[in-house]
Write a protein that binds this ligand. Sequence first.
Ligand code: NAP
Length: 322
Amino acid sequence: MVRFGVLGAGSIAHSFSKAIRATEGILQAIASSSLERAQSFSEEYGFISFYDDYDKLMDDEDVDCIYIATAHAYHYQHMIDTLNHGKHVLCEKSFTLNAKQAEEVFKLARAKGLFVMEAMWTRFLPTIQELIQKVSAGVIGEIKSIESAFGYDISTLTRPRLKDPEQGGGALLDIGIYPITMANLFLGRPKSFKSKVDFFDTGVDSYEEIIYRYENAKAKLIVSFEDNLGSYTWIYGTKGKAFVPVFQAADEAYIYDDTDEIVDTITYGHEENGLEYEIKEAISCIENKQFESKTMPHEETLEILRQMDAIRASWNLVYPGE
Ligand SMILES: NC(=O)c1ccc[n+]([C@@H]2O[C@H](COP(=O)([O-])OP(=O)(O)OC[C@H]3O[C@@H](n4cnc5c(N)ncnc54)[C@H](OP(=O)(O)O)[C@@H]3O)[C@@H](O)[C@H]2O)c1
């Protein structure tokens, strides 16, 4: 049994609190900067305790693991504080602003013997897992290219964190991490990259196209906070191709042969909203005293952050919290 505390009562905290119903996890306590929000959140999902102070959540002896659901810029300090209170951590993506911060978090977790994992839910989806197996087995031949896009127009939304440098805003850390994850899952670490970028007047990135080059393949990654591109991934091989609609939340994928006929469909409907798989992984690791997930290892979190660090460095984009 793992009793979760939720830190921050924003948008993704709602999705997490719904998904936990499909797991054996317990919603033990919620903390928000607003007592009113903490109380109404608690009543909506049936938490046992609620707090208007993150420290009180960390002090709660009945909480085993804290799910960090705050904006990117705060993840580092919230994880350090949680680990120093002796609690396991499941932290939203992007795990930290940069790889250096993540290294410090992992070092502290190792020293304390505590579990910590980036909540990159896409990696745990059964559709993605089965597609990885099938593509590795050669069903579409050797991968020659990937095209992965994720974009939506945020201009009409009232979500300040998405454009706010203080909160680690910008498209790359928020949604660019998904196409980058797909490229890494199917092709590994790129040999080189090039990119084009545009910025909001706040200074964070609003649109980018990134080309990853490999020995015998390439990946084109398109990321936008300006356009309603939706999200999709195409994987082109020498003997066929695969298509994953809404890939970050994939519940289906299609495999085509070299005559463009669909030869296989992978389908796994979510029990709740798809976050349940990463939560089940965290529970299993904590119960088995395994302090690192094999599906989302620390080194993978670091590798993706190093790639995003290099991309941001090429744009001269530095966050105030770095
Ligand atoms: N897995 C997914 O599908 C998915 C989807 C969306 C977002 N995310 C990730 O989840 C994280 C949070 O995103 P979100 O969309 O839930 O953000 P959000 O709605 O803005 O919520 C973030 C919460 O952070 C807390 N917070 C702490 N310090 C803050 C500060 N100084 N200023 C503003 N808020 C502060 C606030 O909670 P209180 O005031 O209640 O304490 C706020 O509600 C990000 O890492 C994001 O990338 C993941």
